[in-house]
Design a protein. Structure first.
Length: 425
């Protein structure tokens, strides 16, 4: 296990290129299980979650090849097992995305039930209820979800009680091979869902309403994509760079991003006074401001402010003048970074899903521990603008979702070292 040692305060300068999106890549790679032939991908980020996904597919008999330098992945989806084992799913909850394609293609699946995680209980009951409506018998046994198709999969009208990103993705994949029309109501509108939907459309499935909360899909036959599927840029990495530039009062160019997906993030950061210029559809320029203003924010499903940006924004609010508030509406326990930020001097209190942040403060370097992916990013940002040395341990969380984050920071002028963490087993 590694830790990061940051020497602050620091300023960043230059240009940073955004890598392929983790949360788009995962469903797209799982979706290869729906096809007959080899499926190829480009712009695949070099992340632990990709390693885990390919390991899981291999454990079921698929042949995969990942050229990490080129960022290409190929999957030959011929399986000899429909079991997504606990050892894989416990490392990455997105392993639940195996459920849809397995049931659709092989008629049955045994997928380890993902446990809770640091940020919340994160049940998958909406995925399972929707599957049952399509004619699948589902039960939980020995920690595994067992799903068995009773007859042909039947299109259905499915209403999600709450917006679920991977739930929508799983059901899009199942419905593609079902008979007739499926309507997904209260569907997720996230760009990652649209990316998956477009691949299914290109493969011959009729889908209407992508990007809206009502998606209508007519199941059919899928044609294996002939051209490689390009993983779109990571919108949360893009937002994290905006937050990093703002926190360190730096001028930064962010390239290879998709500006259109950043509307809520741009609005949030501009509201506190961060000057951000849209250079082109794929490039942003973050400018320097003398000080920031407090603000009130709430996380929401897309197109609202992403919960995956909450921890990073909070670091910026610690530096703003006055009292800010963030209400976290997606996950019930996503304030684990608060205690660590407090150890660095932050004045944050929480009550239920509301965090109150008093600023401005000067972060002080301290040893801190990452609890989840976005919390890790927030601690690194705090470390960049802290006085003194910050040691962030358990950064395997960071490596799950940010490609070469510390190397990119070094290239922008930050003093960041990655060293083995001998204090942890
Ligand atoms: N929920 C249920 N039952 C379900 C499904 C969801 O109660 O069957 C609840 C969850 O507990 C949560 C809310 O609904 O309170 C939304 O959860 P959702 O299903 O949308 O989350 P997810 O699909 O498991 C994805 C991302 C997360 C991101 C959330 C919200 C992937 C692989 N993961 O998770 O990304 O935070 O959507 O946008 O796409 C991250 O990248 O750091 C990360 C956690």
């Amino acid at each position: 296990m590694d830790k990061l040692i940051l020497h602050g305060p620091t300023q960043l300068s230059g240009t940073v290129a955004v890598s392929g999106s983790k949360n788009a890549a995962l469903p797209l790679i799982f979706c290869s299980l729906l096809f007959d032939g080899e499926v190829n991908f480009t712009n695949v980020p070099r992340l632990w979650d990709i390693e885990t996904t390919l390991g899981l597919l291999e454990s079921m008999g698929a042949k995969t090849h990942w050229n990490k330098e080129l960022g290409t992945v190929s999957v030959v989806p011929k399986l000899n097992s429909v079991v997504a084992a606990y050892d894989w799913v416990r490392k990455m909850r997105a392993g639940i995305l195996a459920l849809g394609p397995l049931v659709a293609r092989y008629g049955e699946a045994r997928v380890s039930l993902p446990g809770g995680c640091a940020i919340g209980a994160r049940p998958v009951n909406f995925h399972l209820q929707a599957l049952e409506k399509m004619g699948v018998k589902v039960f939980v046994e020995g920690g595994y979800i067992r799903a068995q198709r009773l007859g042909p999969l039947k299109g259905a009208v499915l209403h999600f009680p709450q917006v679920t990103v991977t739930g929508t993705e799983n059901l899009l994949m199942i419905a593609s091979l079902a008979e007739g029309t499926t309507v997904l109501e209260n569907a997720a509108r996230e760009p990652e869902v649209i990316a998956l939907g477009r691949v299914l459309q290109d493969a011959g499935i009729s889908i209407e309403g992508l990007g809206t909360s009502r998606i209508t899909l007519v199941g059919g036959k899928l044609v294996t994509p002939k051209v490689p599927i390009r993983i779109p840029p990571d919108r949360i990495e893009t937002g994290t760079w905006i937050a990093a530039a703002a926190a360190t009062k730096s001028e930064l160019r962010i390239v290879d991003c998709d500006v259109e997906e950043q509307t809520a993030v741009l609005a949030a950061f501009r509201r506190i006074g961060v000057p951000i210029q849209v250079v082109s559809a794929t490039e942003l320029a973050v400018g320097r401001a003398q000080s920031y203003e407090a603000g009130e924010f709430q996380t929401e499903p897309y197109p609202g402010l992403a919960t995956d940006m909450q921890a990073q924004l909070m670091v910026n609010l610690c530096l703003a003048n006055g009292v800010s508030r963030i209400r976290e509406t997606i996950f019930e326990n996503r304030f684990l970074h608060v205690a660590e930020l407090r150890r660095m001097g932050a004045r944050i209190s929480t009550r239920g899903n509301l965090a109150t942040i008093k600023g401005p403060i000067q972060f002080q370097g301290a040893p801190v521990m990452a609890s989840d992916l976005r919390a890790s990013a927030s601690l690194v940002l705090a470390g960049l603008c802290a006085k003194g040395v910050t040691e962030v341990s358990r950064i395997y969380h960071l490596d799950r979702g940010y490609q070469k984050f510390d190397a990119k920071l070094r290239a922008l002028g930050a003093q960041v070292e990655r060293v083995p963490d001998s204090s942890l087993g």
